[in-house]
Design a protein around this ligand. Structure first.
Ligand SMILES: Nc1ncnc2c1ncn2[C@@H]1O[C@H](COP(=O)(O)OP(=O)(O)OP(=O)(O)O)[C@@H](O)[C@H]1O
Ligand SMILES: [Mg+2]
Length: 215
C-alpha cells in the first residue's frame, strides 16, 4: 500500500503543481514506484507528465471528479509505493476527498497575508477531516518562492510564526530552475533548488511520509 501525499491549498498559484512535479519526478528518479493523480480540471500535471517529463516513467491519472477520485486514490495506492495527488487552487470537493484519503498533506504557501490566511484554512480543513475520520492526517506548510534576503521575507517570517502554522523546515527559493522543470522536464542540478529538493525528501522521510529508501 502506497503512502499518499496530497498537495493542497485553497489559494491558487502557490506551487501545488510544482511541488507535485518535484516530488514525483525526484522520487521516480530515485527508484520508487510513483503514481500521481491530477485532481485539477486544468490538467497541468497530467499534461506535463505526458508532454514534458522524460525521466523515469510514472503514471499520472487525471480525475477532477470528487466521487470518482475518492475511489481512484485507494485503487492506485494499492499498486504503487507513493501516490501524489495535486489538487485545484479553489475551494472544491475533490481537494477535500483527497485530503480525507491522505497519509499527509503538504500545503505550499507564499508570503502574503492572504496566503497565510488560506494556508491556515487548508490546515484547518485537514484537521477537521481528520477529526471526522477519527484518525491523524498530518498537514504541514511548505513556504515557497522564498527570497530570504528581502525585508518583505523577514516581515513575512514574523507573520508566519505568529500564525502558529505547522511548518516544514525546508523552504523553496524563487529560482528559475523550478520554472524550467515545468518547461523542460529536467530536475534542477544546482543549488539552491537541487539542495532544497534533497532537503525536502529527507524531511518528508523523517516524518515517515515517504516509503522505503530513496536513492
Ligand atoms: N519556487 C519557485 N520558483 C520559481 N517559480 C515557481 C516556484 N514555484 C512555483 N513557480 C511557478 O509559479 C507558477 C505557479 O505555480 P503552480 O502552477 O505550481 O501553482 P499551483 O498552486 O499549482 O496553481 P493553481 O492553483 O493554479 O493550480 C508556475 O508558473 C510555477 O512554475
Ligand atoms: Mg496547479
Amino acid at each position: 500500500m502506497a503512502k499518499i501525499i496530497v498537495v493542497a491549498s485553497s489559494k491558487g498559484g502557490v506551487g501545488k503543481t510544482l511541488v507535485s512535479m518535484v516530488l514525483a519526478s525526484r522520487l521516480a528518479t530515485g527508484g520508487l514506484r510513483v503514481a500521481a493523480i491530477d485532481a485539477d480540471p486544468n490538467g497541468a500535471l497530467a499534461d506535463w507528465r505526458a508532454n514534458v517529463w522524460d525521466g523515469p516513467a510514472f503514471v499520472v491519472e487525471a480525475e477532477p471528479d470528487a466521487a470518482r477520485l475518492a475511489h481512484r486514490i485507494p485503487d492506485l495506492a494499492a499498486s504503487t509505493d507513493l501516490l501524489i495527488v495535486d489538487t485545484a487552487g479553489f475551494g472544491n470537493q475533490a481537494a477535500a476527498a483527497a485530503i480525507a484519503s491522505a497519509d499527509a498533506v503538504i500545503v505550499p504557501m507564499l508570503a502574503s497575508r492572504a496566503d497565510i490566511a488560506e494556508a491556515t484554512r487548508t490546515v484547518q480543513l485537514a484537521q477537521g477531516l481528520a477529526r471526522a475520520a477519527r484518525r491523524d492526517i498530518p498537514a504541514r506548510v511548505l513556504r515557497n518562492k522564498v527570497n530570504a534576503r528581502t525585508a518583505v521575507a523577514q516581515h513575512a517570517r514574523g507573520e508566519v510564526e505568529s500564525a502558529g502554522l505547522p511548518l516544514l523546515a525546508t523552504t523553496l527559493s524563487q529560482v528559475v530552475a523550478y520554472t524550467e522543470l515545468t518547461h523542460n522536464g529536467r530536475l534542477p542540478r544546482q543549488a539552491p533548488a537541487a539542495v532544497e529538493i534533497e532537503r525536502l525528501v529527507d524531511e518528508l522521510r523523517g516524518f515517515e511520509w515517504l516509503p522505503g529508501p530513496v536513492r
